[in-house]
Design a protein around this ligand. Structure first.
Ligand code: SAM
Length: 262
């Protein structure tokens, strides 16, 4: 089943290059992930096709107007209904939203889709948000110029979870956050790297951790798990607490963590 995203944006051209590169390209070409762009200015009226105006009460910046958004959303609803897609929820990108997590991405990857609303300027007239927005999504505690990069981020994160998009299906299962922890380090050829190859003259050679060359799958899995635990405990201790609260840490994990110098 395809995941459909109807994207409301003032800058549809930002989405074009993204859909033609990388592992996710096939998912867009096959419409496994069906991205439909809705340029907001197409739904504005008047000679200037105005989509924004000054804020009541004064202050800097401009506010996105309700009427073009309402007309655009009505067109999207008509299209969804004609395609039998049902009424997909409206997600607004906003610094005031709930931070996006891999868990939410996994839910969206298994859902039929959403309307993605990309704000610009100071944001959107609150009356549209109150009437039509189901969920506000934040990319983090910083401010971007628009919701287009957040929309691309969400679409990319959802797309790489679709069956067949990644060459190795197990790949995203070992990504950071999939099991609640950060990812372990990865190494590839050569087995031993001369220090000079990384620009350190006279330094010691850099071998990959010997366990990775042992061929002993259980030991490799344990080493990777311990690397994950160590990195997560040092960088994001709250994720360890959350994993513990979910009962996802084994006795072996707890023993390793108790000996770990933080
Ligand atoms: N006045 C808004 C505020 O302080 O919260 C910032 C508006 S910002 C310049 C314009 C648009 O960019 C927002 O409406 C939103 O769609 C998007 N945006 C900016 N930062 C974001 C973030 N951290 N997460 C999600 N969307 C963001």
């Amino acid at each position: 089943m395809a995941v459909r995203f109807d994207v409301i944006t003032l800058f549809p051209e930002l989405f074009a290059p993204f859909q033609s590169v990388g592992v996710t390209r096939r998912a867009f070409e096959s419409r496994q992930v069906d991205v439909r762009l809705w340029p907001l200015r197409d739904h504005a009226e008047g000679v200037y096709r105005r989509v924004d105006d000054r804020p009541f009460g004064g202050g800097p910046g401009m506010v996105m107007l309700v009427e073009p958004l309402v007309r655009c959303l009505a067109a999207i609803r008509a299209s969804q209904s004609a395609d039998g897609a049902g009424k997909l929820p409206v997600l607004l990108f906003s610094p005031a939203g709930k931070p996006l997590t891999q868990q939410r991405v996994q839910q969206l990857a298994a859902a039929p889709g959403a309307v993605l609303l990309c704000g610009r300027y100071e944001g959107i007239d609150q009356r549209f948000i109150d009437a039509h927005v189901d969920e506000e999504v934040s990319m983090g505690d910083y401010v971007l110029s628009g919701g287009e990069l957040p929309a691309l981020t969400l679409i990319d994160a959802v797309t790489r979870l679709q069956p067949g998009v990644l060459h190795d299906a197990a790949s995203h299962e070992q990504d950071s956050f999939s099991d609640g922890l950060l990812d372990c380090p990865h190494y590839s050829r050569p087995e031993v790297l001369p220090a000079s190859a990384v620009g350190v003259e006279g330094g010691a050679d850099l071998p990959v951790p010997p366990v990775l060359m042992s061929g002993h799958h259980a030991q490799i899995a344990r080493w990777r798990r311990e690397q994950q635990l160590a990195i997560t405990a040092r960088r994001r201790p709250e994720l360890i607490e959350a994993a513990r609260a979910r009962g996802e840490l084994s006795k072996q994990d707890e023993h390793f963590l108790s000996k770990l110098a933080l």
